[in-house]
Design a protein around this ligand. Structure first.
Ligand code: ATP
Length: 378
């Protein structure tokens, strides 16, 4: 049974239950379950080939699952053809009909559904207005910019008032500035309509900017599902920690003491950490902005304090990225630049680092992950 929290009483939420998809011997989607509340925007985020698009295609009816169920409005829809699902779809490449005008493109799904001409015109006008393209009705799509074409594709996907909107890397073909603007636009339109939406992306910044919640995927499975801040502040695995935001991920050995967990680094330095479910060999996660850097050796203020040598200073405008060496363990630190003038940051200089135990997370050690920027050098 869908829980009240996940699927609204009127059944307009979406539930994916233990869905499996195989291509020959290869399992592309391996028992994926998640729920999307009514009006919520959920992103599927993960590296190339992890199964994001395959899930979206199963939701849209372009692929059929080998196992599991997809429940929309209380009904299983996984075996229905696309035209019986009431779901709108926008792809990365706009896939507009080049021989039709903008209005013709947007009216197409209405004509297919037998909507009368007058109402069609009215709804096309409303959709054009919503995506900010009033006045473009008679243009040919080939004369529009990438961003404008993607707005038309969006208008075409929502004009028939679908229960669910599926967006597959819809901004992937746009340049960065336009992409940022369109993220805002997609969110505005989605909120205005209150439409339940699944958004596929491999860009963590985009997912964080646009989503109510994010499902982080790895090799056909959901690794963690939560809000951007939950995933960032409390990643369940090393994979999630390294996929969302910058991180120092260090090998350590954890012992649980009466004062809380102590994580011993490769150089023997003992770090006080937040509560740990693991002991023995593990990974320590410390976000670069959680470390305070000071030029005064006497500035010892937090649960963890250490002397380190500056190796590298990279000025990035609003912040500076500093690589420091703590007795053979390399750490990345982020300093916001309104703070910088108080700290003397030069390669070769000594600095004091302070950070809280509560900002030091212990994660199970995983094999096969690439070394992180803050990896230990010993
Ligand atoms: P990307 O970000 O690169 O689009 P993705 O996470 O969306 O990746 P999918 O397109 O869902 O990944 O593909 C998941 C896996 O399934 C990939 O290894 C892909 O090669 C495989 N796959 C997808 N469709 C088919 C198919 N029709 N036949 C065989 N393998 C397929």
């Amino acid at each position: 049974m869908p829980s009240a929290d996940n699927v609204s009483a009127d059944g307009a939420g979406l539930e994916v239950k233990a869905v499996v998809k195989r291509f020959g011997p290869f399992t592309a989607v391996d028992g994926v379950s998640f729920s999307v509340r009514r009006g919520e925007l959920v992103s599927l985020l993960g590296p190339s080939g992890c199964g994001k698009t395959t899930i979206l295609r199963m939701l849209g009816g372009l692929e059929y699952p080998d196992g599991g169920a997809i429940i929309l409005g209380g009904n299983s829809i996984e075996h229905l053809p696309p035209y019986r699902r009431n779901i709108g779809f926008v792809f990365q490449r706009y896939a507009l009909f080049p021989h039709m005008t903008v209005a013709g493109n947007i009216a197409y799904p209405l004509a297919k559904r037998g909507v009368a001409r007058n109402e069609r015109l009215e709804r096309v006008d409303r959709a054009l207005d919503l995506v900010g393209l009033s006045g473009f009705a008679d243009r040919n799509p080939t004369t529009l910019s990438g961003g404008q074409q993607q707005r038309v594709a969006l208008a075409r996907a929502i004009v028939f008032e679908p229960q669910v909107l599926l967006l597959d890397e819809p901004l992937g073909a746009l340049d960065k500035q336009l992409r940022d603007r369109m993220q805002f636009e997609v969110r505005r339109i989605q909120r205005t309509l209150g439409i339940t939406t699944i958004f596929v992306t491999h860009d963590q910044i985009e997912a964080m900017a646009i989503s109510d919640r994010i499902a982080i995927m790895k090799q056909g499975r959901i690794e963690q599902f939560g809000t951007a801040s939950e995933l960032y502040a409390r990643p369940a695995t090393e994979f999630v920690a390294s996929f969302i935001g910058e991180s120092n991920l260090l090998n350590c050995d954890v012992s649980n003491t009466a004062e809380g967990p102590i994580a011993k680094l490769a150089n023997g330095f003992a770090v006080r950490a937040a509560s740990a479910e693991v002991s023995g060999p593990a990974r320590l996660l410390l976000r670069p902005e959680c470390v305070e850097i000071s030029s005064s050796a006497a500035d010892v203020s937090n649960d963890n304090s250490a002397q380190a040598r500056v190796e590298e200073v990279v000025y990035l405008g609003e912040s500076t990225r500093v690589v420091v060496n703590l007795s053979g363990v390399r750490l990345m630190v982020r300093v916001t630049n309104n703070h910088l003038q108080r700290v003397d940051l030069r390669p070769g200089g000594d600095v004091r680092l302070n950070w809280r135990a509560s900002d030091t997370l212990i994660l199970p050690r995983e094999s096969g992950l690439a070394a992180q920027p803050g990896e230990a050098v010993t």
